[in-house]
Structure formats: structure tokens, C-alpha cells
Design a binder for this molecule. Structure first.
Ligand code: ATP
Length: 596
């Protein structure tokens, strides 16, 4: 039933129709399995914020599994995959022809040919066992489990199981489509959409959980939903701007301006003595910061609270702020203990979303800051972000220059009017980031997604030498090529890159990649890297913003250089094509101004 619905949803391009079909499916789904059905539709075994392992089956392994399940040779499957570009359709077609043969045989032998359909529980049982398999023998176990599943599956079921394994369901269903469908089924009225949306933001974007709550308790489950200590909230994000006058205009004339620290965002949850820290991506990073846990325990005076701040590395000798990269030591398990001593951190707090039972999300920023001040005992390395209140652009600019001098990345300009709420999960104009990089040509970095790789030469032979990078186009939900980057990598980066990319390499162009340049291998969008260049240029070779500024040309980056991996960003959080267009237009404007 689920796969039939997905097939119909996939075939229509109308968003409304997709939503209606999805609503029909969810309406007839028993409440016991509705969470699993939602996770399945979104291609997830479990919600990301749980930090559970992924399925861990790359294309090479999937080909082997399909071969074992169907008896068709791996080389033949490889060939078909190159032709069709979709492992789902490949196995579906094989199974269809296999079924035709069985049907003839069973007819001949006088038996019925109907196959039992798989249950969602069974499918999820296998998926979780595959994901949890580790250590010796795990590869064989993964193969056997999935071979068993594919053998039992109907051709259509096999299509979606194969796609699930590759992480690309190709149905065009996004989180917002599920929210709309849930509002139709459980609210029966558009007004309920805003409650479900809020639930989505305050429950870590966990739609399986929300669907289950709605199915079990009805719409009242989300009507007055509040943040919950222990469940991360989707963070509020900022727009960028480079003209202080315009920033102040956007926020209504007056703003609180804070240092924009160059560290890692930490959402700190406190309940009694229990502390949890979540990253910008809602990943649980508590174990990386045992020192922050201690600071939070003693310096957050409330019993229950959710506060937000930037965790920044500091030089133990001088106390100066250090760049983000220094926090990388915290990512390696065996180095954490040592790093706590050699590279201590400071926490600069800037918001509070929940305090002692009070939901603060809809309260204006000045109110939230009052609460924050009251519940924090400020110390040298656990304190509020440095800030001023301004209404004068010149004063803002001076504060910005001071921030740079002090080792910050720039400043955050935040609205303080009555509607300055905490917009969980949204990038809006209530917060504006002003970074140093706008000062000259392209010193502003972009975060791009790896969509392909090129083999290296000379010293780099046998490894990858360059990457094809793309920007995210929200309108078409695709990644469009921007540049080929081959400089800025250290030997260690190059060494690690081959291993890192391996699970995501495919020999067909992924359906959500739009590129006219063909790399040596295609890479499923997964990794985000920060890139800097000399300037943005028009280029006929790339598809980002193609034909927008000039017919036949896209926007590219001249002399791009790799800076660092942005493991805290998902591909859809990379720089968008719209942002690149905006940056290009600003660059043009600047050039115009200097000409006059
Ligand atoms: P960037 O790559 O520029 O950090 P981003 O996409 O990660 O951007 P944005 O919303 O665009 O996130 O910029 C805000 C980020 O800046 C926050 O995620 C946070 O990590 C960091 N930050 C540093 N200081 C502050 C502050 N005082 N207030 C809010 N965010 C801050």
C-alpha cells in the first residue's frame, strides 16, 4: 500500500496533488506504524538527531546484494545502472521479468502466483539490523539481511527499498509536504498547519515522532507544544547583508549588535545536573565538551533551561580567541581529553528558548535576554556575547571593526522590536550577519557541496586531485555546479578524502545534480566544504544561475580554494544559488561604485 502510494506521488509533478495523495496514505495508515511509514517516505531509518548509525551500504555493495538476490551478474547490473541511473528501477525491472517467469511456471504447476507483501515492521527490523551491524562479519550480515529482504519484496517494493538504501527516494516529498499532509489528516483545517510546523521545529524536525503523537492523541497533542529539555530545537538562522545602513533599516532602526564568534554553535539543555549539548545540526555533541558540561552545571542557575551560545577555542596562554579549526581536536575521540587542557574553550551565550517551564520562543529578544542575564552566573569562560545597542550605522561599523580586531568573524545584528521572536528553523531578517569578507572582492566564503571528483596527477596520482562543487537550488531541489576546486588541500586532506568520499561515489549522475561538466566520478551530495576565491565570474561551464545574468553563462568562482569541511552543515544548508546571485550582484555594484 505504501509503495503504491509512493509510485503515484512520484508520477505527479503537482505539489498539491503530492500532498493530497500523501494525506490519503497517512489517513489509512494504522497509528502503530505511522512513524515508520513517515521515516520510510523520507528515506530515514531514524531521526538524525538521535545520532544513530546510517545504513552503511555503498553502491558497490548494493550491486552485489542485488546480484545475489536476483541471480543476475554484477557486471550486468552495473551496466543497467549506468543506463538507467537509478538502482530502484534496475532491481524493479529485474524482479518484474523474474516474476513473469515464476507466474508462467506456477500456472504450469497449478499454484497461485501471489506474493505476500512485506510489512513496515519487517522492513524496519531489517534496516535497523543492517545499520547496527558492526565489526567482523558485519559486511556479510548486511548482505544476507538485505538479500533476504529483496527476495521477499515485490518489484515495486524492491524499487523503494533499493532507493532507501542509497538515501534518495526520488518522490519529491519534502518535510514541508509531510507537514501539509499531516495538517489535512489530523487538523482538517489549514489553521492547524502552524501548530504542526511549530511542533516540527521544537521536536528536532522529527516528523515520525510528530505523526505518531497526532495519530495517538489527535491535534491537541501539538496545539500547545513547548520546547522539551533533551529534544533539540531547530536553530534560528541569519540573513547576510553588507551595508550597515541597510541592516538597521531591515531591523526597524535599532538593534542589539553582538560579536559573531567563530566557533561551534551549542544548544545547551539543562535538567537538574544533567546537561546535553546539541550542534547546529542537532547532533548530540555533549561528549566533545566535558568542560562545557561542567560550566553549564554550575553557571546556569535554573533547574530546567535551554540556552544557546557559541563555543570558541581560546589560546590558554593569551586568552585570545582562536579560529574554528582548533575545535577539530574535539571531533577525535582519543584527543578530547588532551584538547580540554591544551585548547580550552569559552562559551559566549546569546539566547534562551526555555526556562523553568516557560516557552520563550514567541517572546521578543529583549525579554529573552533579560531572562538569560538572570539565569547565568557569568564567569571568564561562560558569559554573554559581547554586545551593544545601536541606531547609528557608523557606530555599528566601528563595533564591527573592533570585533574583527578581537578575533571574531564579524557581528550579528539582531532586531529588538516587539516581534523579535525566536524563529526556530528559519533564516530571516530578524538576525543579520555582517562578516568581514564583504569588504573586498570575494573574501566572503561560500559553503558548497561535493558533487563529483577528478583523479589527481603527479604527486596526487592514485588519489583525487580536485572536486566538483555545487550550490543548492531551492526551487528545483538540485545541486548546480559552481566550480572545480583543487587548491587549499593539505596532504592530509587529500589522504583522507579518498576514504571519505568512497561511500558516496556512484557511476551515474545523481538525479538531484545539475552539471554540464562531467567529473571522473559522480558523488552523491553529502559533504559540504567552505570555499573562498578571488572573485565571482561568469562561466559557460557551470550551471549555477545559468542564463540569469547572461545568456549561456552561469556564475562560477575564480581561483577557488578549499578552506575546511563544514561537517556541521547538511547539503541543503549549503550556500544557495540565490545567495550566489546576490553576492554576484553586490560585487557588480561595488565595481560600479569604485568606477565613479
Ligand atoms: P556561517 O557559515 O556564516 O557561520 P551559518 O549558516 O552557520 O553561517 P548563520 O545563521 O548564517 O549560520 O550565522 C549564524 C551563526 O553564527 C550561528 O549559527 C552561530 O553558530 C554563529 N554565531 C556566533 N556568534 C553568534 C551570536 N552572537 N549570535 C548568533 N549566532 C552567532
Amino acid at each position: 500500500m505504501v509503495v503504491e502510494a509512493l509510485d503515484k506521488i512520484e508520477k505527479t509533478s503537482s505539489r498539491n496533488m503530492k500532498t493530497t495523495l500523501l494525506a490519503n496514505l497517512l489517513r489509512s495508515t494504522p497509528k502503530e506504524v505511522i512513524d515508520k511509514v513517515v521515516y520510510f517516505i523520507l528515506g530515514k531509518i531514524w531521526p538524525e538527531w538521535m545520532g544513530m548509525p546510517e545504513i552503511g551500504v555503498d553502491e558497490e555493495l548494493l550491486v552485489k546484494i542485488i546480484s545475489k538476490a536476483t541471480g543476475v551478474k554484477e557486471a550486468v547490473i552495473d551496466e543497467k545502472l549506468r543506463e538507467v541511473g537509478d538502482p530502484g528501477l534496475v532491481i524493479e525491472n529485474i524482479k518484474k521479468s523474474e516474476k513473469a517467469v515464476t507466474r508462467d511456471l506456477t500456472k504450469f504447476m497449478g499454484k497461485s502466483a501471489g506474493s505476500d507483501t512485506l510489512t513496515m515492521e519487517k522492513v524496519y527490523d531489517v534496516f535497523s539490523k543492517v545499520a547496527l551491524a558492526t565489526g567482523e562479519g558485519s559486511r556479510t550480515l548486511k548482505i544476507n539481511l538485505l538479500v533476504g529482504l529483496f527476495k521477499e519484496a515485490s518489484p515495486l517494493e524492491a524499487r523503494y527499498i533499493a532507493r532507501f538504501v542509497t538515501g534518495d527516494m526520488r518522490t519529491g516529498i519534502q518535510d514541508m509536504t509531510v507537514i501539509d499532509a499531516l495538517a489535512i489528516v489530523f487538523g482538517g483545517d489549514e489553521r492547524y498547519e502552524k501548530f504542526i510546523e511549530k511542533a516540527y521545529y521544537v521536536r528536532a524536525g522529527d516528523l515520525g515522532l510528530i505523526a505518531k503523537m497526532l495519530a495517538e492523541q489527535g491535534i491537541k497533542a501539538v496545539e500547545n507544544i513547548k520546547p522539551e529539555v533533551g529534544t533539540p530545537i531547530k536553530p534560528m538562522l541569519a540573513n547576510r547583508e553588507s551595508d550597515p545602513k541597510e541592516m538597521l533599516r531591515q531591523v526597524g532602526g535599532k538593534a542589539i549588535v553582538e560579536y559573531k564568534y567563530d566557533g561551534e554553535r551549542g544548544q545547551i539543555h539543562k535538567k537538574g545536573d544533567e546537561i546535553k549539548i546539541f550542534s547546529r545540526n542537532l547532533e548530540n555533541i555533549t561528549h566533545q565538551y566535558p568542560d562545557v558540561v561542567e560550566l553549564a552545571k554550575t553557571n546556569i542557575l535554573s533547574n530546567e533551561a535551554i540556552v544557546e551560545g557559541e563555543i570558541v577555542a581560546v589560546d590558554p596562554e593569551t586568552g585570545f580567541l582562536l579560529p574554528f579549526q582548533e575545535l577539530m581536536h574535539r571531533k577525535r575521540k582519543h584527543e578530547i581529553h588532551e584538547a580540554v587542557k591544551s585548547i580550552p574553550v569559552s562559551v559566549f551565550l546569546f539566547d534562551v528558548m526555555y526556562n523553568e517551564g516557560e516557552d520563550l520562543l514567541d517572546k521578543p529578544l529583549p525579554y529573552r535576554r533579560e531572562v538569560l542575564k538572570k539565569i547565568i552566573k557569568e564567569t571568564e569562560n561562560f558569559r554573554l556575547a559581547h554586545n551593544i545597542i545601536v541606531d547609528d550605522p557608523q557606530e555599528l561599523e566601528n563595533f564591527f571593526l573592533k570585533a574583527i580586531e578581537d578575533g571574531a568573524e564579524g557581528v550579528m545584528v539582531k532586531a529588538i522590536h516587539n516581534d523579535s521572536i525566536y524563529q526556530a528553523g528559519a533564516r530571516g531578517w530578524l538576525w543579520i550577519k555582517y562578516k568581514r569578507d564583504y569588504k573586498s572582492e570575494m573574501i566572503d566564503t561560500v559553503d558548497l557541496v561535493v558533487i563529483g571528483a577528478f583523479a589527481g596527477r603527479g604527486r596526487r596520482s592514485g588519489k583525487f586531485g580536485a572536486l566538483l562543487m555545487g550550490a543548492y537550488d531551492e526551487d528545483t531541489d538540485t545541486f548546480k555546479s559552481v566550480c572545480k576546486v583543487g587548491t587549499g588541500f593539505t596532504d592530509k586532506d587529500l589522504e583522507e578524502m579518498t576514504e571519505m568520499l568512497k561511500p558516496y561515489i556512484v557511476n551515474y549522475k545523481p538525479s538531484n545534480v545539475d552539471s554540464e561538466m562531467t567529473p571522473d566520478v559522480w558523488v552523491l551530495p553529502h559533504y559540504v566544504a567552505e570555499i573562498i576565491g578571488a572573485e565571482l565570474t561568469l562561466s559557460p561551464a557551470h550551471t549555477c544561475c545559468k542564463d540569469v545574468i547572461k545568456k549561456g553563462a552561469g556564475i562560477s568562482i575564480r581561483f577557488p580554494r578549499f578552506i575546511r569541511w563544514r561537517t556541521d552543515k547538511t547539503p541543503k544548508e549549503a550556500t544557495t544559488t540565490k545567495e550566489i546571485l546576490e553576492m554576484y550582484r553586490k560585487q557588480l555594484k561595488k565595481i560600479e561604485e569604485t568606477r565613479i
